[in-house]
Design a protein around this ligand. Structure first.
Ligand SMILES: [Zn+2]
Length: 224
């Protein structure tokens, strides 16, 4: 007696195909199986070959979706790919974590590099902004985005303290020219920028205090 490997229906008059599907399943599920295998293989190839994290990650999502379809066949005892879909899913998760982690460390590295090497203040700060944009795109990926979130706030606070530091240096160039009033204006600008940026003020307390002390030293009045 022939029995379909997918729907398990069987009977004296049941015809099954060479891999064991009944007519209805052969029509409905075999193309789905073939499509999923094909898309999974082509996704894997692109994931390996591509150098762009967002391409890799969107293909990883495709691969996962089709691997889940194949896992449905696996739970019915039908073999599809090696390693089995349940194993392949674990690999897909691992690769996704690796891509996210390397994107995070690269974005932070590039931002810090720019902060040192940038020719202008805008270029120095721009490295952090680019890194923030890059990592914001990652927020759609991964089971746990807390690492990505932490990296984004690290970049924000790096940018915000650098902005204050650049203003502090600018103020000191006014001091060197004997223009204390101008220096005080710039230091006030730095304090206002810190108060309105996206980093909590308690994390910037030491910079804020130093700026206020400097204003007083220069004979100015710190902002209320
Ligand atoms: Zn069937």
């Amino acid at each position: 007696m022939a029995k379909c490997i997918y729907c398990k229906k069987g009977g004296w008059f049941q015809q099954v195909s060479s891999i064991g599907f009944c007519d209805a399943c052969e029509y409905e599920h075999k193309p789905r199986l073939a499509d999923s295998i094909r898309i999974l293989l082509s996704s894997q190839e692109i994931i390996d070959r591509s150098k762009k994290a967002d391409t890799k990650l969107s293909r990883i999502s495709d691969a996962r979706r089709h691997c889940l379809i194949l896992k449905d066949f696996e739970t019915k005892g039908i073999s599809t790919i090696t390693p089995a879909p349940s194993e392949t899913l674990k690999q897909i998760d691992r690769v996704e974590r690796e891509v996210i982690q390397s994107e995070i460390s690269d974005a932070i590295f590039v931002a810090n590099q720019k902060a040192e090497d940038g020719n202008t203040d805008a270029a120095k700060l721009g490295g952090f902004n680019k890194g923030i944009d890059r990592l914001t795109k990652l927020m759609d990926y991964g089971e746990d985005v807390s690492e990505t979130e932490r990296a984004i706030s690290r970049l924000r606070s790096g940018r915000d303290s650098l902005r204050a530091e650049l203003l502090r240096r600018k103020a000191e160039t006014w001091v060197a020219k004997g223009k204390h009033a101008k220096a005080v204006d710039v230091l006030i600008e730095a304090i206002m920028a810190l108060r309105h940026d996206s980093t909590p003020d308690r994390e910037q307390a030491s910079i804020l205090n130093a700026l206020q002390d400097r204003i007083v030293e220069l004979g100015g009045a710190p902002p209320k």
